[in-house]
Structures are given as C-alpha cells and as structure tokens.
Design a protein around this ligand. Structure first.
Ligand SMILES: [Zn+2]
Length: 266
C-alpha cells in the first residue's frame, strides 16, 4: 500500500436501506445462512434472558432448533465468538457460553473501519472530546444525588500515594466508564466506552508514567465528580472538556508523531 492511500483510506459508502432490500448493489450482499443463524441465536439469548456464563443449548438441540447443518451452526457460533458475545470452551464440559457485554469488541470492530477509512488517532481524540463533556452534563442533570454520590465515592478524595500503580491506572479509566454507565442511555454508554477503549488501549496506556500526572488527573476527576453530584451540568461539561484537552495535549507533547498515525485494527 502506498503512503498516499494510507493517508486517504477507502471512500466511505452510505446507502441506508440497501442492505435489507432486494435491489442490492455490489457494495452489499444477502446474509449467509450462518449469519441468519447467528442472529437467531442472539435473539434467543435475549428472549430467554440468558446471562454471562450461561451455557447455550447442546449442539444437537441447536441443530434441530435452527434446522441447519453442523457446519453452518459452527460458523454461526464462530461469528458470535469473534464478536465477543460467546466463549467457546473446548474439552469435556465445554461448549458455547454467553459472555459479558463488553464495548472492547465494539471498539475492535470500529478500529477496523477507522483503519480502512484512513482515520487517525487525532480523529479519535476529537470524537472523545465531543462525546464525554456532553455525557458529563447529562449525568449532572440526573436528580438522584445518592446514586451519583455512591458511583463517584471512590474518586472524590483520591490520593495516588495510597494506591498501587496498576490500581491507579484502572481507577483513572474507570472514572470515564462510570460516567458513561450512569448516562442511562445504553447507546451512548457503549459508543463512549468503545471510544474510551481505543483511547486507553491504543494511545494513552503507552505514555503515562509519572505520579504528578496521575495526581493531576485524579484531581480533575474529583472536580468533575463534584460538579456532577452537585447537579451543575455546564460546569461538569467545561471541566471534562478541559480535562480531555489537557490529557490530549500532554500526549501530543510526549509523542508528537503518534496523534497523526493511522488507527490500528486491534
Ligand atoms: Zn480522565
């Protein structure tokens, strides 16, 4: 691939409706039997109320249920495994089990698209900066003060000297996940957490190593949490915007070449 193509990426095609209509063009195709079977399994997981760790029915039952060949069923299960929705355990007592719903798989699929489209980490940062301040304002508008106090208790008087290195890192990340979760909008929760995964796992996770920096971030978090608990949406929004801008600026100073890099599929 030439450098120029890597910069530009593939053109993004927008054709709503075409995927599900009979008039398909070369950009879309009919779903395969394995894909419709995968969709049927997902719909059964939801309607049966299956949870993380629950086992799916035995292979013989699923073959009869979905009236498909063993090969199609296995391909369907493999599709769901790649999407992170089930785990296929090998050996005796093995089989397909329902996994936790985790936005990191949504992030993985998204990075494939971002990579092909030629998107850079700067564009991921930009999206982060658009999503999270708004989300913080939304959570600040929640009336249930006790719920907010309980959710943010851990972040209010956070002293980095009192925690282990690995603990600090996960607490710094979890703060953002907690805000996304509290939004009460599952679409926003999943999209924001997917962006958080990319930001943390692709870029920030590699470039943060000082106690004063962790300390500054925990102070930012405490201030944002206080504004959210106090029900001050505009303040929460501004503080989150400034916090993200600082994190991004620090990263740019330390790794000037990275923010312009193509998003990697991982
Ligand atoms: Zn933060």
């Amino acid at each position: 691939m030439t450098r120029e193509l890597a910069r530009t990426g593939l053109p993004i095609i927008y054709n709503p409706g075409e995927m599900h209509s009979s008039a398909r063009s070369e950009t879309t195709r009919a779903p395969k039997a394995s894909e419709t079977t995968a969709a049927a399994i997902v719909s059964d997981i939801v309607s049966l109320g299956l949870r993380r760790g629950d086992r799916l029915p035995a292979e013989s039952d699923m073959l009869a249920n979905y009236s498909v060949s063993r090969e199609t069923l296995r391909e369907a299960l493999r599709i769901l495994e790649v999407q992170g929705l089930i785990t296929l355990k090998r050996g005796p007592g093995g089989g397909p089990f329902v996994s936790a719903l985790n936005a990191s798989y949504l992030a993985r699929t998204a990075t494939l698209y971002f990579h092909l489209a030629g998107a850079t980490y700067d564009e991921v940062f930009d999206t982060w900066k658009i999503l999270e301040p708004q989300l913080s304002a939304k959570v600040a508008r929640l009336e249930d003060r006790r719920l907010k106090e309980a959710a943010f208790a851990r972040f209010l008087d956070y002293d980095v000297e009192e925690h282990e290195e690995s603990e600090i890192f996960s607490d710094l990340n979890n703060f953002h996940a907690v805000i996304a979760e509290l939004s009460g909008n599952r679409v926003l929760t999943l999209l924001t957490q997917a962006i958080d995964h990319i930001v943390v796992e692709h870029v920030l996770g590699t470039g943060r190593d000082t106690i004063p920096e962790d300390d500054a971030m925990s102070h930012d978090h405490a201030d944002i949490a206080k504004a959210i608990i106090a029900g001050r949406p505009r303040k929460a929004e501004t503080l989150m915007h400034d916090h993200i801008s600082e994190v991004v600026e620090r990263f740019r100073e330390r790794h000037p070449e990275r923010s312009d890099e193509l998003v990697q599929w991982m």
